[in-house]
Design a protein around this ligand. Structure first.
Ligand code: GDP
Ligand code: MG
Length: 592
């Protein structure tokens, strides 16, 4: 019997470049060995895996070390666009610093950003209507400074969560009459983690009771030592309200920036990050971009996350149309086919075809990930898992109005443990549901049980985006009963979706403000405001809502089987001929 050579000897490559989340099969291909051989190797290492299975990064690393292959993890960009050599130093020129303002709520971040913007003579003279585009640039002593205009560290963390580092210097706003507060500490932690230098703006100096010395002392306890106390953190006393100290603040910021020797190559295809994006009713997807390298030009084709398109128009923060944007310049662009997410990287590519391919590959990857990562994270899903006989853990985050009720809830929930379900309280606290709670819930597949508290405004967006199951109660007994029912597999779904119709997309029209999809209703009926899934080759590519429905020139409420109509969607615009629309309605169902 012939024995195969050891796996190590079959491998001819010294190095493999892989994307995080590689499957056994993909890795085997890169190593030039059969998938089964790798499965066997993993088995010997004590890991059970199939060829289709995704491997954790550390397993891939260990495997690489074991096989004598150098494993290099690529970012998506590297995988798609190749590994780039750093810019030749002779191509680099000075670029403006990019500043983020952080600090506790109500300490004056917004006010400060507004006040700084008003100090900008250039914007003032142009007399343009200042728009909120998520970022702006000012000129101070003939030098430009870019501000990210989405105050708070939410924007900052959202960026960092996507691997984006756009900030060069952080301004930490601390109100002189209030001192260091919880979000001040969080902001300090974020800046430290990102290794971004901090300039402290001690704000509200005009207020009676302003105590900058106390602020400085408090900051020292958090590792930020003022220069006059022997440290190296510049602190400037300001009043955003009165416009005092702003010049000095900007000078200090520029000084800090000088230490960083910020440079970029303006002479290449542009790339950078999405600062902010939304769907404008009239103009379609609108995105604010921060150029980080190269020069962005009108007419460029770009890909940003899963969106792509050609730049139709480009505006600065004063609403003026511009044709070019150099490094550190924020611009608002029109022409993308979808709304990208803040923090997404954008790249200019050579052709629309390339942009399309990359964007589609990313969408497909996102969908795969989503499917792979689904675990029971709503009570309904828990119920079906229990009914299917799976053993599950239900992670719970408790938020309550007072700590007594949080504790009572925890006690009761933990006591609920049954054979097939383990309830685990991963966090409990007092106060409104915060964005942080929702992110924690999302990251740990938890549901949030809220007693007499509701989500704050930011948290609400986050809940919408993440789909985290939030259950609000005002009677402890009800909360317990509800979860008990779910645990026992008895909770009937509150809502059920009912498919009401199906239509085939036959033609795509571009109308001045959006796209209209010419359809033939092939089953049931389409209704305005119904939910709709866009289905391409059997795969759901988007979930949306029917925003407009027309027969010839007339708006109609519904269109029946066998009739043609024009459909407009609320968000998703990237519909193709041959796609199907599946319209559904959500019907309420009596609880069992
Ligand atoms: P943010 O939550 O950090 O963005 O804080 P805002 O900029 O919204 O400011 C919160 C409140 O403090 C508002 O009522 C501002 O008018 C006020 N405020 C901001 N800066 C100053 C200041 O320098 N002096 C005084 N007296 N009030 C200020
Ligand atoms: Mg604010």
């Amino acid at each position: 019997m012939r024995r195969d050579a050891p796996l190590e000897e079959q491998i001819k490559v010294e190095r493999v470049d892989v994307l995080s989340g590689v499957t056994v099969g993909e890795l085997a291909d890169k190593l030039g060995v059969p998938g089964a051989a790798l499965v066997k190797k993993l088995f010997e290492m004590g890991e059970m895996a199939t060829v289709q299975q995704t491997l954790p990064d550390d397993t891939v690393e260990i495997l690489g070390a074991d096989l004598g292959v150098d494993v290099h993890f690529l970012s998506e960009e590297e995988l798609e666009f190749g590994i780039e050599s750093p810019d030749d130093p002779t191509t680099l020129t000075w670029r403006p610093p990019v500043i983020t303002v952080m600090g506790h709520v109500d300490h004056g971040k917004t006010k400060l950003l507004d006040a700084i913007r008003q100090t900008d003579v250039v914007a003032g003279e142009a007399g343009g209507i200042t728009q909120h585009i998520g970022a702006y640039q000012i000129t101070k002593d003939d030098r430009r400074i870019t501000f990210i205009d989405t105050p708070g560290h939410e924007a900052f963390t959202a960026m960092r969560a996507r691997g984006a580092q756009v900030t060069d210097v952080a301004i930490l706003v601390v109100a002189a009459d209030d001192g260091v507060m919880p979000q001040t500490k969080e902001a300090i932690d974020h800046a430290k983690a990102a290794e971004v230098p901090v300039v402290v703006a001690v704000n509200k100096m005009d207020v009676e009771g302003a105590d900058p010395v106390r602020v400085k002392t408090q900051l020292t306890e958090h590792g930020l030592v003022a220069e006059d106390l022997g440290g190296d953190v510049p602190m400037v006393e300001v009043s955003a309200l009165r416009g005092l100290g702003l010049d000095e603040l900007l000078e200090v910021v520029l000084l800090q920036a000088d230490l960083l020797e910020l440079q970029a190559n303006p002479n290449k295809q542009a790339r950078g990050r999405i600062v902010e994006a939304n769907l404008d009713r009239g103009r379609g997807p609108v995105a604010t971009l921060l150029v980080q390298g190269g020069t962005l030009k009108r007419g460029d084709v770009l890909v940003a996350g899963t969106a792509d398109g050609r730049i139709r128009a480009m505006f600065d923060e004063n609403g003026q149309e511009v044709t070019e944007a150099e490094p550190a310049r924020p611009v608002q662009v029109l022409g993308l086919n979808q709304v990208p997410e803040a923090g997404d990287e954008f790249r200019v590519v050579s052709t629309e075809r390339v942009a399309r391919d990359v964007a589609e590959r990313r969408s497909a990857r996102d969908r795969r990930k989503e499917l792979a990562e689904r675990r029971p994270t709503t009570l309904e899903e828990l119920t079906s898992a229990v009914q299917a006989g799976d053993k599950v853990t239900l992670n719970v985050i408790i938020k309550a109005d007072v700590s007594g009720s949080a504790e009572a809830l925890e006690d009761a929930l933990v006591k609920l443990e049954l054979d097939e379900v383990q309830v685990r309280v991963i966090s409990k606290g007092v106060g409104a549901i915060t964005q942080g709670d929702v992110r924690l819930a999302e990251a740990s597949d938890a549901i949030i049980v809220a007693f007499n508290v509701r989500p704050g405004a930011n948290a609400r967006d986050e809940i919408e985006r993440s789909g985290v199951d939030v259950r609000t109660y005002s009677i402890i007994y009800e909360a317990i009963e509800d979860i008990e029912r779910a645990v026992k597999g008895l909770l009937a779904p509150e809502y059920r979706e009912e498919v009401v119709g199906e239509a085939e997309v036959r033609e795509v029209f571009k109308v001045p403000k959006a796209f209209v999809f010419g359809c033939m209703v092939t089953k049931g009926e389409l209704k305005r405001d119904a939910g709709v899934r866009v289905i391409r080759e059997g795969v759901v590519v988007a979930e949306d809502r029917i925003a407009s429905l027309r027969r010839f020139k007339d708006d109609v409420r519904e269109v029946r089987e066998g009739f043609e109509c024009g459909v407009g969607l609320a968000r998703f615009q990237d519909v193709k001929e041959g796609d199907f629309f599946e319209a559904y309605e959500t019907v309420e169902v009596e609880r069992a």
